[in-house]
Write a protein that binds this ligand. Structure first.
Ligand code: PLP
Length: 394
């Protein structure tokens, strides 16, 4: 009666969503002040003031047909021009607006990119720890997922990556700053990945594409430098979202960009348009395309996330937890206090702490803490983290 695969996807909620729903139920039972919900990557920082100002002025200046009507399928030329100009300024590239495709967030962009590239059961590599939806997005396009485990310090295992590439490899999704680990892969690692991709593309006589999933691009702390994959590897497709960088995940806006040096870029871009059409991902939200055009250089308040990061990292480390200090995004990976991180996260619930086991991110033995919450929530949660830690001493 229905597609069994889709039925399965729709009836099995993701671990993260499940936890979020549990948090709402638990708050109603014991009071919201006793539940510390670190489950979702929903930005806690207000959008930059330019965003709301742009919405108000656009509503005043434009007629409703212009604000609520369709744009062209790939997005307004003026928006795509603003996006291309910014990418070129920051990456020393020369991308024309004709290679930008506006999307409803990174999720749509990722599906479009895989659909555009996949010929027949091509392989797409994902690097643990990874965003769990990658598997859904890749498989839904008829392609095959190849998982590459990380090394002991949660970095890309370059050797394992090289070994995973076959003649059927069409692409690799790279996500840095990384959800869930908060890692920013350094220049040396990215260079090694690019070199391997170049030599394997030559060996197999067909290009292997990088799909660079960059929704956390602007969320980088301290002196960490984020390498520009776009300037390091020719066959790159950027998948970007304003969900995190402008704190507007519900407004669903982002883009795909094809590198000006990409092999067969006209064909790739045409296939992106075709995939957008086939998936029904055309005419990204008009109002928010116009907002992006006006807010292209707006910046989120990274200082608040940084304050949260420091508060959480220092206090958890003092309690005795083994944490990976995040370089970017707004997630902190903490080592589970028992072998089974699912059991650890279940036990954390008893102290009111909602964190996500690392298993669904392709790594065992950790939990993800999304610290995009109020500073006050982190302060209040610290005794609960201590209680959880102490419960393992008994
Ligand atoms: N990629 C990563 C790594 C993410 O963390 C997310 C959302 O959390 C997405 C993609 C999807 O983002 P969007 O809201 O733009 O669809």
């Amino acid at each position: 009666m229905v597609n069994e695969k889709m039925y399965g996807l729709g009836s099995a909620r993701s671990a993260i969503r499940e936890l979020f729903e549990f948090g709402k139920r638990r708050a109603a039972e014991i009071g919201a002040d006793k539940v510390y919900d670190f489950s979702l990557g929903n930005p806690s920082v207000e959008p930059p003031k330019e965003v709301n100002e742009a919405i108000v002025s656009i509503l005043k200046e434009f007629g409703s047909k212009d604000v609520h009507g369709y744009s062209s399928a790939q997005g307004f030329l003026s928006t795509r021009k603003a996006v291309a100009d910014k990418l070129n300024r920051e990456n020393n590239t020369n991308i024309s607006p004709d290679y930008i495709y506006m999307t409803a967030g990174a999720a749509a962009g990722l599906c479009i990119a895989v659909r555009a590239l996949n010929e027949d059961k091509d392989e797409f590599i994902i690097l643990a720890p990874y965003f769990p939806e990658y598997k859904v997005f890749i498989e839904a396009q008829g392609a095959k997922v190849v998982e590459v485990p990380c090394d002991a310090s949660l970095n890309i295992d370059v050797k394992a990556f090289a070994a995973a590439i076959t003649k059927n490899t069409k692409g690799v999704i790279i996500n840095s700053p990384n959800n869930p680990s908060g890692k920013v892969y350094d220049q040396k690692t990215i260079k090694a990945i690019c070199d391997i991709l170049e030599s394997k593309s030559k060996e197999f006589g067909s290009p292997i594409f990088v799909i660079s999933d960059e929704p956390y691009r602007e969320l980088v702390y301290s002196n960490t430098i984020l390498p520009s994959i776009l300037s390091m590897y020719d066959n790159t497709i950027i998948c970007y979202s304003y969900s995190k960088s402008l704190s507007i995940p519900g407004d669903r806006i982002g883009y795909l960009a094809v590198s000006d040096r990409c092999y067969g870029k006209d064909k790739v871009y045409a296939a992106i348009n075709g995939a957008g059409r086939a998936l029904g991902y055309v005419c990204a939200p008009t109002l928010f395309q116009l907002v992006i055009e006006r807010c292209i250089d707006a910046k989120t308040n990274i200082f608040d996330y940084d304050k949260n990061r420091t508060l959480l990292y220092e206090n958890l480390t003092n309690i005795g937890y083994d944490c990976l200090k995040p370089d970017g995004a707004f997630y902190l990976f903490v080592k589970s206090l028992e072998k089974d991180s699912i059991a650890f996260c279940e036990r954390a619930k008893n102290s009111g702490i909602l964190i996500v086991p690392s298993d669904s991110f392709g790594v065992k033995g950790y939990a993800r803490i999304a610290y995009c919450v109020d500073y006050n929530t982190i302060e209040r949660s610290l005794p609960a983290f201590k209680e959880l830690f102490d419960s393992y001493k008994k």
